[in-house]
Design a protein around this ligand. Structure first.
Ligand code: B12
Ligand code: SF4
Length: 479
């Protein structure tokens, strides 16, 4: 039996379409969900994991499969449905799963023979058995299983094609930011995998560097921090200290022992959600946690950097509390905090979030010609009505941020600072390349914004098709 597991590209901003740049190696990420599914699949199946983001699929290479599994974030949904339709026209049954299919079950059911909602661990094998018996159900509800059930990934799949390998050690998040779907999908409690299992899985990763995909690797409570220390100690004693990056909340800075252990275990960078430079903005997204107890964010960043760990900050633009000038305000805040890189995303109502429910109730979602319009939900496009900005004003703010924060003199200053903190030519090079990557991503978006503004006389609406979507055959002989 042959199974394809497919990660669709994003029709608007896809890695495949911007492959001309050598920096793209740093923009492609291993689809961990499919590698986990591969592990859950019984040995009698042959598995091919296909990541469209690695480049155009070589149709001739692939024989007709018995079953296809497709994952999708929301922005990948239109392409996922295209792929699904292609295979179903060939009478190959299709199963969909992942965050989008879970949050939009009825929609996904129109394009797939079966949909798995939630985590696959509890239901995938049953689904395959049902399929083999010719008795596939329409819906399999995976829910959230115990941490002992979280399956390790098959790291041999797609080996050698990416800069980073990836691993997950926890699921769930106790915070509940209004724009985020993690709590709805993975629950409001941390579920920690057993440290020994994680350390063993780290040994299977082939790539030289690793991304811990956990939404918050260290957690917020004392027992969470203790567990992180246990993990880092175990990694150190097992010699599993390849360089890695992670996501965490800013309280990472508060425990020097934790930072020292993380650095010794290989931590080179942390992605922190600063979200907004204003207290009103933080209140609006429910992330007052960031400034609890009058936290000095610049001092927190410095404490992390002192351990040779680079800090990437993430911000959201377009909050109801934001005003004209927010681009400059974010650039100034990012400078003031002293972070090594910043990523700014446009407020986007992702299905399943509080934000989506609120904006839908208020009739503020404009890109709502679904499923087509899901392609714009990359967090790089305005898709709603924003209180204090037109579409064109919001992208102007984004451009302003990019010009200020990613100017060459500013990049140079940050690179010098990275050199001072890390004293490592390799880390300096990585910091430099990452800054250039972000700069080029801003430039890329600016070109798309400009084209959109020209084509819609500044209104940006309706979200005209950029003309970049094409229906590509996946299999040999398909028209
Ligand atoms: C790592 C990560 C990334 C990485 C790597 C992405 C990748 N290729 O895997 C990077 C940084 C590139 C990234 C980018 C983005 N991300 Co991201 N990311 C994550 C994160 C933190 C972990 C994903 C992961 O690997 N989980 C581990 C795997 C094992 O879990 P899983 O994917 O849920 O898979 C399980 C089930 O869903 C199910 N399943 C999944 N697929 C399938 C398919 C089938 C057939 C079946 C049966 C089951 C099944 O089985 C798996 C095992 O239980 C999640 C949050 C989260 N906790 O999931 C956000 C998350 C997925 N990202 C999100 C977003 C919004 C984005 C961006 C749009 C944001 C941006 N602009 O940066 C981009 C989009 C990229 C794109 N392709 O268009 C949102 C998606 C919400 C949505 N509705 O789309 C999430 C949920 C976070 C959030 N804030 O809500 N992301
Ligand atoms: S944005 Fe991060 S901290 Fe907030 S709920 Fe999502 S995963 Fe948790």
């Amino acid at each position: 039996m042959l199974l394809y597991l497919i990660n669709p590209d994003n029709p608007v901003v896809s890695i495949t379409k911007v492959r001309s740049s050598r920096l793209n190696k740093y923009r492609t990420w291993k689809p961990l969900s499919l590698m986990v599914l591969a592990r859950l699949t019984p040995a009698e199946w042959s598995i091919e994991v296909i990541d469209e983001n690695l480049g155009p699929v070589d149709h001739q290479r692939y024989p007709r499969p018995d079953l296809v599994g497709i994952t999708a974030f929301t922005s990948q949904a239109p392409r996922a449905y295209e792929i699904a339709s292609t295979f179903r026209e060939l009478n190959v049954p299709v199963v969909m799963g992942g965050i989008h299919a879970t949050m939009r079950l009825e929609e996904a059911l129109q394009y797939a023979d079966a949909v798995v909602t939630g985590e696959a661990e509890a239901v995938w094998q049953q689904l395959l058995e049902d399929f083999q018996r010719g008795a596939l159900h329409r819906v399999y509800r995976g829910g959230m299983g115990p941490p002992s059930r979280i399956a390790p990934a098959r790291h041999d799949m797609l080996a050698g094609r990416y800069y980073l390998g990836s691993i997950q050690t926890t699921r769930g998040c106790p915070l509940s930011c209004v724009f985020c779907s993690v709590t709805a999908f993975n629950g409001g409690k941390f579920r920690h995998r057993c440290v020994d299992d994680v350390v063993a899985e780290l040994g299977e990763i082939r790539e030289k560097k690793i991304l811990f995909v956990d939404d918050n690797l260290i957690g917020t409570r004392r027992d969470h921090l203790a567990r992180s220390k246990e993990l880092f100690r175990a990694m150190i004693s097992a010699g599993r200290t390849r360089p890695w990056i992670c996501q965490a909340t800013v309280n990472f800075a508060d425990d020097d022992e934790l930072l020292a252990l993380a650095a010794k275990a290989g931590c080179e960078g942390v992605y922190i959600g600063f979200e907004s430079p204003t207290p009103e903005g933080l209140a609006a997204v429910h992330k007052m946690f960031n400034i609890k107890d009058n936290r000095d964010l610049a001092a927190s960043v410095r404490r992390i950097q002192r351990h040779g760990i680079q800090v990437v900050g993430s911000f959201i633009m377009g909050l109801d509390t934001d005003r004209r000038g927010i681009g400059e305000l974010i650039a100034q805040a990012a400078d003031r905090y002293g972070i090594d890189m910043a990523s700014v995303l446009i407020l986007t109502p992702l299905p399943g979030t509080q934000l989506y429910a609120d904006m839908e109730r208020d009739g503020r979602i404009i890109a709502n010609n679904y499923p087509e319009d899901w392609q714009y939900y990359t967090l790089g496009y305005p898709v709603a009505q924003y209180h204090n900005f037109t579409w064109a004003e919001l992208v102007e703010e984004m451009t302003r941020f990019g010009n200020l924060f990613y100017s060459y003199p500013k990049i140079a200053r940050r690179v010098v600072r990275i050199a001072r903190h890390t004293r490592s030519p390799m880390k300096v090079l990585v910091g430099f390349v990452m800054n250039l990557t972000q700069r080029s991503s801003h430039r890329f978006h600016e070109r798309i914004y400009a084209r959109r503004i020209r084509s819609t006389a500044g209104a940006g609406l309706p979200l005209a098709d950029t003309g970049e979507r094409t229906r590509r055959p996946l299999l040999a002989g398909q028209p």
